[in-house]
Design a protein around this ligand. Structure first.
Ligand code: SF4
Ligand code: SF4
Length: 216
């Protein structure tokens, strides 16, 4: 989810508003840096190399490659840019990252050290699932999936193969019953394979379905 800021007209002293629900503060910070790199002239080493390094560190943090020391290193680099940067684009981006680090410290720690995204935005930390109680087996999601990651058929509860799913999101809006959803590491009970619509409660009671954790 993107929240655009007009970097060119933003004073360095601008206070950032709290982020809306559903906005990942780490992804938000990454967007601020990417925007700054797009509009920066690139003549300043602080801006050019600093923002490149910041973007690489945050990208690692959002994609599961974050290391325990990354947050301290990131804070050092953005602090340096905020103090020494000589263009508004880099200053504002650095201040945005500092704002996010300060205000949403727990979320940064969760991304970097526990590989979790509470907003369910960062693809590396989510699963896409079919909620079996809602699925009506109309196969719309199967047709929408470019990866062939959803199995099922007419009258069957769809099942997403996590290993094949690329988290592209193409299926998230096609289900007329709201059965396709994002999930964090703790998923609800799901069938392992497609079963007839309406049979889920019986299967769950018989222990045919189980609660699964996202592969980490
Ligand atoms: S999840 Fe939705 S779109 Fe997919 S088969 Fe079930 S009802 Fe149809
Ligand atoms: S997120 Fe993309 S790859 Fe995954 S099941 Fe949905 S359409 Fe297929």
């Amino acid at each position: 989810m993107s929240t655009k800021i007009d970097l060119q007209n933003l004073p360095v002293t601008e206070e950032f508003a709290p982020l809306a629900e559903g906005v990942c503060p780490v992804e938000w910070a990454l967007e601020r840096v990417a925007e700054a790199r797009l509009i920066s002239c690139g003549r300043s080493v602080t801006c050019r190399d600093g923002l490149t390094q910041v973007q690489a560190i945050i990208t690692d943090i959002t994609t599961g490659a974050g290391q325990p020391g990354d947050l301290a290193m990131l804070r050092d680099v953005v602090g340096y840019i905020a103090a020494m940067g000589d263009c508004q684009a880099s200053l504002t981006a650095a201040r945005g990252v500092l704002f996010s680090l300060d205000r949403y410290a727990a979320e940064w720690d969760a991304h970097c050290n526990r590989k979790r995204c509470a907003a369910l935005v960062c693809k590396a930390y989510i699963s896409v699932i079919c909620l079996p109680e809602r699925c009506q087996g109309d196969t719309a999601c199967l047709k929408a999936c470019p990866a062939g990651a959803i199995s099922g058929g007419p009258g069957l509860i769809a099942v997403v193969d996590e290993a094949r799913c690329t988290r592209c999101g193409d299926c998230l809006t096609v289900c007329p019953h709201g059965a396709i959803a994002r999930s964090g590491p703790m998923k609800p009970k799901l069938p392992d394979a497609p079963i007839p619509v309406g049979s889920f409660a019986t299967a769950a009671a018989a222990g045919v379905v189980r609660r699964r954790r996202r592969a980490e």
